[in-house]
Ligand binder design. Structure first.
Ligand code: NAD
Length: 474
């Protein structure tokens, strides 16, 4: 078998891998990107993008149903799940096709096939046409992502006991959906299906859903989801789902009060993801893994093996598409001989519940646990004219700043946490603020256009220093 030689090879075409390949192409490196399924990875095919399409549709249904407060009465709202899926699949197809085109247009070759290491610089790829060997002279970037964790008692069959992959393609809609795991996926998809008319139950092991977030951010979301019909069972371990004679499921739960059974038609298990490092013969490369199976990397995304790099989920938390893309750029730049390194001071995250949650930097709880001398400013959307005008007044913006400088008179922004309308877009201003080491005074002094939701950022910053205009200061 002859070996084809490249400067760089990217293993995996998700938001980490395809961005790395594009950047390598831009930097004039002879590049190959290898993908075994469809370009775009989890994010484009069954994660971020399809779920956001469904969320938009579900939020529209909810909005229309409650438009009577604005004097608009809509009757006979019906959801055609086949058409909804068709619309969503069209978006996915457009984007995944676009990724292929972008890679090629930037000079990166795309190879469809499944790759395994045969040594630290060579991969064997099984393609539909047979096996090929490919070698990289400067670097191989592992960008193989992650997959849903399975739990005992819940055997995935792709139809009634499913992961989020099938969870974004439910057609027809089930009558009853039980979701195991009140994490990000459970909360996002639970919100979608309840608005589309499905009876949703979310089972969470921890005392609260979205347990890693500060409680005050989660409260408005749980309140809104409860109002739209979602049933929460917390502090509860899901034990098993057993198929009944009529095709339905009986889900057994271990609640603090004892065993409880819940009837369901579909059970979606969303209890976390695990790295895809076990099917690529990684041991042949000599790369060290951590105890959860992530490839261990440094600030330049290098593993312990000189020419092997890793990015995205397979290289560890946070499991976020934009973190993977950023690491893809960094690894590509390092391979091309440029100076580039990871700096996660400002890594934003967004949860697309309704209202949305978005954050960057330390939470108030984390800052207090670290013993930092902080000021906190908070502004509710209920006091925003624009939020009222779009009938989205749940939630608030919270700015956390550390007292710094001479006499501790300055206030450096160390975290911004938002629950409310368009939080996922609003957070970018805060990410820029953290990236630039901005002070609360910078955000407060910046003129924000009126009437916009972004004014809540300015008001929260002003509130931190006792200068809020549209709410009382302490
Ligand atoms: P997660 O880690 O966010 O949540 C899983 C939840 O399941 C946890 O709260 C855990 O306590 C609970 N759990 C575990 N075992 C259980 C059991 N037996 N019974 C009941 N509850 C149990 O995981 P996820 O929601 O599957 O998401 C996977 C990853 O994908 C996360 O890392 C997330 O960051 C990422 N993701 C991000 C976004 C986004 O950025 N908007 C969207 C979707 C997913």
């Amino acid at each position: 078998m002859s070996t084809k030689v490249y400067d760089a090879i990217v293993l995996g075409g998700g938001p980490g891998g395809y961005v790395a390949a594009i950047r390598l192409g831009q930097l004039k490196q002879k590049t190959l990107v290898i993908e075994k399924d469809t370009m775009g990875g989890v994010c484009l095919n069954w994660g971020c993008i399809p779920s956001k399409a469904l969320i938009a549709a579900a939020n529209l249904v909810e909005k229309v149903k409650h438009a009577d407060v604005m004097g608009i009465t809509v009757t006979g709202v019906a959801v055609d799940s086949k058409k909804l899926q068709g619309w969503k699949n069209g978006i996915v197809k457009k984007l995944t096709g676009g990724v292929n085109t972008l890679c090629k247009a930037n000079g990166a070759e795309v190879l469809m096939g499944e790759a395994r290491f045969v040594s630290s610089d060579t991969l064997e790829v099984t393609t539909p046409e047979g096996k090929v060997l490919v070698q990289a002279t400067k670097g191989i970037i592992v960008a193989t992502g992650s997959r849903p964790v399975a739990i005992p008692g819940f055997e995935y069959d792709g139809k009634s006991i499913i992961t989020a992959k099938e969870g974004v393609s439910l057609d027809p809609l089930p009558k009853r959906l039980t979701i195991i795991g009140g994490g990000i996926i459970g909360m996002e998809l639970g919100g979608v299906y309840s608005k589309l008319g499905v009876e949703v139950t979310i089972v969470e092991f921890m005392p609260s859903v979205l347990a890693t977030m500060d409680a005050d951010l989660v409260v408005p979301v749980v309140k809104a989801m409860t109002k739209s019909g979602v049933k929460f069972i917390t502090g509860t371990k899901a034990k098993s789902a057993v198929k009944q004679a009529d095709g339905s499921l009986l889900v057994t739960l271990e609640t603090p009060e004892g065993e409880q059974k819940v009837a369901a038609d579909v059970c979606l298990v969303a209890v976390g993801m695990k790295p895809n490092s076990d099917a690529i013969s990684i041991e042949k490369s000599g790369v060290i893994l951590d105890k959860r199976g992530h490839l261990v990397i440094d600030e330049e995304c290098r593993t312990n093996v000189k020419k092997v790099y890793a990015i995205g989920d397979v290289a560890g938390a946070p499991y976020l598409a934009h973190k993977a893309s950023k690491e893809g750029e960094i690894a590509a730049e390092v391979i091309a001989g440029h100076k580039s390194a990871r700096d996660w001071r400002a890594m934003p995250a967004a949860t697309f519940t309704h209202p949305e949650i978005a954050n960057v930097g330390l939470s108030e709880r984390e800052a207090r646990e670290k013993g930092l001398d902080i000021v906190v400013g908070k502004f509710p959307f209920a006091a925003s004219g624009r939020a009222m005008a779009v009938s989205e007044t749940d939630g608030f913006v919270k700015v956390i700043a550390e007292r710094v400088g001479k006499d501790k008179k300055d206030h450096k922004i160390i975290g911004v946490h938002i629950v409310g309308p368009e939080a996922s877009d609003l957070i970018s201003e805060a990410a820029l603020a953290l990236e630039m080491d901005a002070y609360v005074e910078d955000m407060a002094l910046t003129v924000h256009p009126h009437p916009t939701l972004s004014e809540t950022m300015m008001e929260a910053a002003k509130h931190a220093i006792g200068e809020a205009v549209h709410i009382m200061n302490r």
